[in-house]
Structure formats: structure tokens, C-alpha cells
Design a protein around this ligand. Structure first.
Ligand SMILES: Nc1ncnc2c1ncn2[C@@H]1O[C@H](COP(=O)(O)OP(=O)(O)OP(=O)(O)O)[C@@H](O)[C@H]1O
Ligand SMILES: [Mg+2]
Length: 442
């Protein structure tokens, strides 16, 4: 019989030894990895048949890690050992309830039983949506072998973890579940004009929030271009060769709506419960996905280039007087999102418009834009944030996956030029207009 591989993530050496000794005779091959060995965890989790996470002894941020596993390795069986009430509740909501084992359930026979009930898919390395048909065939084969027990049927599904720290267990459980129910801010970069800086600003916002110490989840809805995904991928590659820490967002992979098995709204809301904030980069066109992202967003950021053509998607202006005649196409989408959002969550959204790629010289066009935008802000209920100038530094770091925020961070060995310093000032101004409310909410 082929040995099934178990990746145990734990910093508890004694537990690692007892699990290895207990499971080896039962045809499991156990590999224990400490939580500090992130690279090993990332590389091994893709090929192990099972993931076993020792919540009581790991420095990983388990809510974020579990969510990552759930989205990236959707059908991988996961056991969560000794979780806190908060982690247990999240594991349950992600469908791992049957694999929750408390302190008293670590005997090898109990562990082996739980692993046996959770069937790992064969051909683990290929979990792309294209392989769904193959997985379905394998599931059918397994069913004909007569093992019909569902993962939920194990005794483990009844268990609840012991509470930590000697406080009233009821109180702690309530506090933990309140924390989970509370939804963290969702920010969508959206607008109908292509090339106005949505992905660029999304990446700068993400890195800035990471440096604020937040756990940031990122979601790229532009399935055709995938600019934000590419940017983050470049950062991941660059990070491998670095001695110093490079902060990374947690990337939520979504497929286009017709290939997705889960509703986008659920994906966003789950991410908003498990991280400190979610940043969504939208394509520059209308789609049902964009409608959902807008309705889920607490903050919508719309960059516009300093041009009346860009302004036209916000409002139709009278050519003679420059006064607003009616809402433009994107403003109508926001109106719809505001109404959806009030119905779903009982709250309005914060719409922020940013002027991007501003010329550095004062111009008549620039002044006229500023005036019109100030009027539209009143009529369409958005707020203006400080704009960004046209600068090479906002585009030249893409291949390294870096942003101006990284260059300016303490510990960076980059010598800042005058132009970097000026850019840092304006970026701080912009982030200062966006993030205080975010940080308050996070
Ligand atoms: N402030 C800026 N200064 C200089 N270049 C910029 C600035 N903002 C964005 N860019 C550049 O403008 C181009 C478009 O930016 P970006 O891809 O972020 O726009 P987008 O709104 O996401 O586009 P799309 O709608 O196609 O997704 C890119 O080449 C980017 O590097
Ligand atoms: Mg883009």
C-alpha cells in the first residue's frame, strides 16, 4: 500500500515524535515542520496528502493560514489539533469541523481514525479547476470501494477545544466569536476607465498597510490582465533571495465567475473575517463580479487621470456651463452598490476619488478639473483624496514586486533621491486620507 504523507506543522518536538512513531506503522509518512520554516511549509503543503496543524504550538497566524489552505488547496484534508475557540470556529466555518481534535484526542489511533475518514485526493499536485473531472472520477471510484463514511460522521466533529488562559470559557468563546463575526474593512479599487492606476494604487496601498502591521488579503478580479497578481508574484520571487523580511499579502485566488464554485460575496466576506483588511483590484469594465465587489466594499477608491474624458464616467457635464447634468456610468454603478449594500449590511460605503498621474506644473486643465471635481464630490457624495503625480518611481519597481513604500521603509538600503522624497510625501498624503478610517476599523 502506498504511504500517505502527513505534513505536521508544530513547534512541539515531543508531539512531533509521538505522532511520527504512532502513525508510521499505520502506513503514514509523517514530516514535522516548525512554524518558522515558512518556505518548507509552502513547498511541502502542495504535495502532502494531509495537513495537520498543531494550533497550540505554532507561531503561524492560523486564521490566515487556514484560509489560505482553504482557497489554494481546496480539497486537502486538514486536521486542527488543540485549537483555541476562535480557530476552532473558523476551522468549522471552512468545513474542517470533522478534523478538530482537542488535547485528549492525540492518541495515534484517534489521529489515524480521523485521517482515515478524511480522504485525500489522489494526484495531489494537480488541483487546478481543470482537474475537477478527474477528481470526480476518483471520488466515484472510492465510493464503489464501499467506504461511504462522510468526514462529518467522526466523533471529532462533536469536540470543542479547551479554553486558553484560565478565563471564563463562555466569555472567551463569546469574545472570540464576536471577533470572527466582525467583518474587517474591504477596499475595492474600481472605475470604468482603464489604465487610471487602480492596480498601481492597490499595490501601494497593500504594502503600506502591511508596514502598518496589518494582515492584508488581496484579491485580483481582473482575470484578463492579472496586473496585481503579477505584481505580487514578482514580490514573492524577489523575496526568496532576500535576507531581510519582505512583507507579503495573503493572496486569494479566484476564478472567473463561470468557473467558480463559491459565491464571490462569500469569498470576500470570509477573507474579511480572517484578515485585517481585504484589498480588491477590479478590471476597468462593468461585470457582475465588479458589482459584487462594490456592494461588499466598505471603501471604494476610484483613481482618475486628469482629463475630462475620465470625468465623463463620473458625470455628464454641460459643455457650456460645466455643471453636472446627470450621473455618469460609474456613478450609477456606485449608486446601485450603495443601495445593495444598505440592504445587505445596513451601511453606506465610503467612495474616494483620487486624481492620478498629475502633471507637476500648474495648468489651466488641472485647475478646471479640481473645480469640477469639488462640485461633483458634493453632488455624487464622494470624497477627494490627495492626488499622485506622474512619476517613474510608481512604475519602475513592478518587476521587483516592490513599491515606493518598501524603499522608504526603515531597514531599506536604498538611497532616496529628491524625487523619491517628494513622492513619499504625496503618497503619505494619499494614504493619510484613506487609512485612518481603515486603521480605526481594523
Ligand atoms: N502616478 C503614476 N505615475 C506614473 N505612472 C503611473 C502612475 N500611476 C499608474 N501609472 C502607470 O500607468 C499604467 C496604468 O496603470 P495601472 O495598470 O495601475 O492602471 P489600471 O487602472 O489598473 O489599468 P486597467 O484598467 O487596465 O487595469 C501603468 O503603466 C502604470 O505603471
Ligand atoms: Mg489594473
Amino acid at each position: 500500500m502506498r504511504k500517505r504523507t502527513v505534513l505536521l506543522v508544530s513547534d512541539d518536538e515531543e508531539l512531533g515524535r509521538s505522532v511520527t512513531e504512532g502513525l508510521s506503522p499505520r502506513d503514514f509518512l509523517v514530516e514535522t515542520v516548525g512554524s518558522g520554516d515558512r518556505l518548507k511549509i509552502i513547498t511541502r503543503q502542495a504535495t502532502a496528502s494531509y495537513l495537520v496543524l498543531d494550533a497550540a504550538s505554532t507561531a503561524l497566524n492560523l486564521p490566515v493560514f487556514l484560509l489560505q489552505v482553504r482557497t489554494l488547496l481546496a480539497d486537502r484534508p486538514v486536521l486542527v489539533l488543540r485549537p483555541s475557540a476562535q480557530v476552532a470556529e473558523l476551522a468549522e466555518s471552512l468545513g474542517y469541523g470533522a478534523g478538530i481534535l482537542d488535547e485528549n484526542m492525540l492518541a495515534p489511533e484517534v489521529l489515524a481514525g480521523a485521517l482515515d475518514r478524511a480522504h485525500p485526493p489522489e494526484g495531489i499536485a494537480d488541483l487546478s479547476p481543470q482537474s475537477e473531472a478527474a477528481d470526480a472520477e476518483e471520488a466515484a471510484d472510492e465510493a464503489t470501494e464501499g467506504d461511504s463514511e462522510t468526514p462529518e460522521s467522526g466523533a471529532a466533529s462533536e469536540t470543542r477545544p479547551a479554553d486558553e488562559g484560565g478565563t471564563d470559557p463562555d466569555q472567551s468563546a463569546k469574545a472570540a466569536s464576536a471577533l470572527l463575526i466582525r467583518r474587517r474593512p474591504v477596499i475595492a479599487l474600481a472605475g470604468l476607465k482603464g489604465g487610471c492606476g487602480k492596480s498601481t494604487i492597490a499595490m501601494h496601498l497593500i504594502t503600506s498597510l502591511l508596514y502598518e502591521g496589518l494582515e492584508v488579503a488581496s484579491l485580483d478580479l481582473d482575470h484578463a490582465q492579472r496586473s496585481l497578481s503579477r505584481y505580487i508574484k514578482n514580490r514573492e520571487i524577489m523575496r526568496l533571495g532576500q535576507d531581510r523580511e519582505v512583507k507579503m499579502p495573503y493572496v486569494i485566488e479566484t476564478y472567473p465567475e463561470q468557473r467558480r464554485t463559491e459565491r464571490l460575496e462569500d469569498v470576500i466576506n470570509r477573507a474579511a473575517k480572517a484578515s485585517d483588511c481585504v484589498v480588491i483590484d477590479c478590471p476597468g469594465a462593468h461585470s457582475p463580479d465588479v458589482g459584487t465587489a462594490l456592494a461588499c466594499a466598505d471603501i471604494v477608491i476610484t483613481p482618475i487621470n486628469d482629463s475630462f474624458i475620465d470625468l465623463d464616467v463620473l458625470a455628464t457635464l454641460d459643455p457650456k456651463t460645466g455643471q453636472m447634468i446627470e450621473s455618469g456610468a460609474f456613478s450609477k454603478m456606485i449608486l446601485q452598490a450603495r443601495s445593495d449594500r444598505r440592504q445587505r449590511y445596513g451601511r453606506d460605503l465610503d467612495w474616494i476619488v483620487i486624481r492620478n498621474r498629475l502633471g507637476q506644473l500648474d495648468s489651466r486643465n488641472g485647475r478646471a478639473m479640481a473645480e469640477r471635481l469639488a462640485e461633483l464630490a458634493q453632488n455624487l457624495a464622494f470624497r477627494e483624496a490627495s492626488g499622485l503625480s506622474e512619476r517613474v518611481i510608481y512604475r519602475e519597481l513592478f518587476l521587483q514586486g516592490l513599491t515606493l513604500v518598501d524603499l522608504c521603509a526603515s531597514g531599506s538600503d536604498v538611497q532616496l533621491s529628491m524625487s523619491h522624497v517628494a513622492a513619499r510625501q504625496e503618497l503619505r498624503g494619499l494614504l493619510g486620507d484613506i487609512t485612518p478610517r481603515l486603521l480605526q476599523a481594523a
